[in-house]
Design a protein around this ligand. Structure first.
Ligand code: PBG
Length: 321
């Protein structure tokens, strides 16, 4: 035998030095759910360890994250009021505007990303404007663009449209450019699937549709070539980042997009993926620390450059010990 792959596994040091991939703090983006008021920290029962927080507590959370090396956050607003046109998503003084200004005042260097979608802000819970019982794609673009401009004016560095409306990247890019917000980047949820793995998030963001589902705008889990089509369109429209969501059951898509595109690729390790592991770990069925590090490594191996994950803090805390 000339080739013996086991030679490279003979000691922990050789194994470390021959690792092809690693997960570092700067690969991880931590989601934050923002609520109004003060001194509020509301546990999300389906996502142990994750809370909706008022801005004072968000600032403390960011401070803790920064001490662990996490400097990127994606913000989700959970507003007090909802209406058919999601006005609380873009009205003056909206929750993300206030949060962004407060965070940037204290932590000017952190990378702030805002999820751009109206499902938490509409009374019907859909990601766009409902007209005669259907989502009107082009009317929805106006709302998304308004929301993105409001976020960018408040200091958000990157807007991340997740509504899966056709043309949303172009709509945001041109609205931002018109306001001279040329440095605001766009992170497209380019391949976002119609997935049941978002269940716990919808409890957190109170964003489940009142009627119907999201199958007319999010992608069918049966499809893979379509991920290329969606992503090509978004790149042509000016996306600075592309994304696969969910991540765990869609590693093939991560790998495909990594082969096909040269811009940074994000994997979104979604709420249901988080909660399943938390639940199994609570029962003692899996070793959470080991399984999480294997999971995050798998996203990197599949080709993701960045990972949005609720495990970011846990992972870095446990790799310290
Ligand atoms: C908004 C949005 C959702 C998630 C991120 N942005 C919910 C959805 O599309 O229903 C899900 C994130 C998660 O499950 O962690 N549209």
């Amino acid at each position: 035998m000339i080739r013996r792959p086991r030679r490279l596994r003979t000691s922990s040091s050789i194994r470390k030095y021959t690792q092809e991939h690693t997960v570092q703090a700067h690969d991880l983006i931590f989601p934050l759910f923002v609520v109004s008021g003060e001194n509020r920290k509301i546990e999300i029962s389906s996502m142990p360890g994750i809370h909706k927080m008022s801005i004072d507590n968000i600032l403390l959370e960011i401070e803790e994250c920064v001490s662990l090396g996490i400097e990127a956050f994606i913000l989700f607003g959970t507003p007090d009021t909802k209406d058919a046109l999601a006005s609380s998503a873009y009205a003056d003084g909206n929750i993300i505007e206030i949060a962004s200004k407060a965070i940037k005042a204290k932590f000017p260097e952190v990378w702030l990303i805002a999820d751009i979608c109206v499902c938490s802000y509409t009374d019907h819970g859909h990601c766009g404007v409902l007209k005669n019982g259907k989502i009107d794609n082009d009317l929805s673009l106006d709302l998304l663009a308004k929301m993105a401009v409001s976020c960018a004016k408040a200091g958000i560095d990157t807007v991340a449209p997740s509504a899966m409306m056709d043309g949303q990247i172009e709509a945001l890019r041109s609205a931002l450019d018109k306001e001279n917000l040329v440095e605001t980047s766009v992170m497209s949820y380019s391949a976002k699937y119609f997935s049941s793995f978002y269940g716990p998030f919808r409890e957190a963001a109170d964003s489940a549709p009142q009627e119907g589902d999201r199958s007319t705008y999010q992608m069918d889990p049966a499809n893979s070539k379509e991920a290329i089509v969606e992503t090509e369109l978004d790149v042509a429209q000016g996306a600075d980042f592309i994304m696969v969501k969910p991540a765990m059951s869609y590693m093939d898509i991560i790998s495909k997009l990594n082969d096909a595109f040269d811009i940074p690729l994000v994997a979104y390790n979604v709420s249901g993926e988080y909660s399943m592991i938390k639940a199994a770990a609570e029962k003692g069925w899996v070793d959470e620390k080991k399984i999480v590090s294997e999971l995050l490594l798998s996203f990197k191996r599949a080709g993701a450059n960045l990972i949005i994950t609720y495990f970011a803090k846990d992972f870095l805390n446990s790799s310290k010990s």
